[in-house]
Write a protein that binds this ligand. Sequence first.
Ligand SMILES: [Zn+2]
Length: 239
Amino acid sequence: MKLLGTLLAVLALAATSEAAPHRAVVVLDPGHGGSNAGAQGAVAGLREKQLTLELANLVAAALRDHNIDVQLTRTGDRTLTLRQRVEVADKLPADLFVSIHANASPTRTQRGYETYVLTAKGVDVDGRALRSDTTTPRPGVADDIAFVLDDVERGAAQWEAAELAARMQKALRDRRGTEGDRGVRQDAHHVLLGATMPAVLVEVGFIDHPIEGKQLADPAVQAQLAAAIAEAIEDQLAD
Ligand SMILES: [Zn+2]
């Protein structure tokens, strides 16, 4: 008993005297939730909100294994606006914000993965201007409002977001093949959310596509996608 007491005292001393290093904080945002189910999957019963939560939990587990502090914007079937989600990250504050979604197309013929930069202003990635979002028109959004860059901090975050988005595409390409690569994109709607840290939104694939939708329901593919997202985040934080 005495030995155990001494041991505990030593352990307690070690814990308090050790300077706590800054642990990176990442906010993962499982898209949709609650009354907002998101896209309907090709596999009966699989909605986007379920897939995104599954993926976020897998990514969180992988990052926590690497001593990264992870917070989820929702851990259950909750309704949240995109702005509320970004606010979670702004309050912490988080080092990175990653929103996870799955795509759908009106004709159910599109497939592939793409990553959106959520932070303001258009930037170049590898010397190429970001593609604007042409697949999902968002009525009521003025194009020019999004491209006002008003402070240096946000400017840096926006550059890092583009970097993270490029890493996300690369990690997905390594696992899902080059033909599905729809690139890094930016659209006027999302950048208005005002995230103060590097923030991206990854669309992992088309949940309504007859073939890709089935793949997204497969736990092995989900593990693959989660590994890609985790790898991109780890690489970004290590840089
Ligand atoms: Zn979505």
